[in-house]
Write a protein that binds this ligand. Structure first.
Ligand SMILES: C[S@@+](CC[C@H](N)C(=O)[O-])C[C@H]1O[C@@H](n2cnc3c(N)ncnc32)[C@H](O)[C@@H]1O
Length: 214
């Protein structure tokens, strides 16, 4: 796919991208997610291809669960970085990955576990829609539910770190996270945002890091 893509003009690359995206979305419905077969290799290739050639490497789905990120204009993207894929595979050799609501992680957290929470960002302003990564969305009630989860894991003496956007970038009086995490260390760190169509939101803005340890 990489070789084919690189040979094409921008217009043809775009067509190729949307063909792959269509195939990826069509495959979703009658895919056998339980029993390993050759189709898994094909699906993984589609996903890597889309991730490397879509707009800003975003992963976003529509309400039906279809991948809907538009074409990204890159001159010479590395699509199949086999060295990196192999290294990641080695790094994850003894790792189990679960895809579920964060509350399901509760049963794996013990004293001295390290827990990093990287939830969908709380939108920086009312028009920002980047909390809707997936068909399920992640609203303020979920942020509150996550803070309760943070408290529970803290009681178990796990080490917990959470990151999020800082609502104070937009509204200095917004105390949403300061109140939710009042009992913990809150640090504000400058971060660069790649994704922002509104120029006022570009450049250096703060993100917050919350920890229950020093
Ligand atoms: C900011 S991204 C995390 C990015 C990740 N740390 C990385 O480097 O690729 C937020 C993630 O939270 C996931 N998410 C949304 N709702 C969730 C939920 N209820 N429980 C667990 N994860 C959820 C989204 O699918 C998304 O992948």
């Amino acid at each position: 796919m990489e070789k084919e893509y690189h040979k094409k003009s921008e217009e043809k690359r775009k067509e190729f991208y949307y063909d792959v995206r269509d195939n990826y979305n069509l495959q979703m419905n009658d895919f056998d997610y339980d029993n390993y077969n050759d189709e898994w290799i094909e699906r993984a290739s589609y996903l890597i291809f889309l991730n490397k050639t879509c707009f800003n490497g975003l992963f976003r789905q529509n309400k039906k669960g279809g991948f809907n990120v538009p074409f990204g204009k890159y001159k010479n993207p590395t699509i199949c970085d086999s060295k990196n894929i192999k290294e990641v595979s080695i790094a994850l050799k003894d790792t189990e990955i679960f895809c579920a609501d964060f509350s399901e992680a509760e049963k794996y957290v013990k004293k001295d576990s390290f827990v990093y929470l990287d939830p969908p960002y709380r939108p920086l302003n009312k028009t920002s829609s980047f909390t809707s990564y997936t068909k399920d969305g992640f609203v303020d009630d979920d942020q509150i539910r996550l803070a309760k989860f943070f408290n529970e894991m803290d009681k178990r003496s796990a080490y917990i770190m959470l990151s999020n956007s800082d609502p104070k970038n937009e509204d200095p009086n917004d105390e949403f996270f300061d109140e939710l995490y009042a009992n913990y260390n809150i640090e504000r760190v400058p971060a660069k945002r790649h994704i922002n169509s509104d120029a006022s939101g570009r450049g250096e803005i703060n993100e917050i890091i919350v920890r229950n340890y020093h």
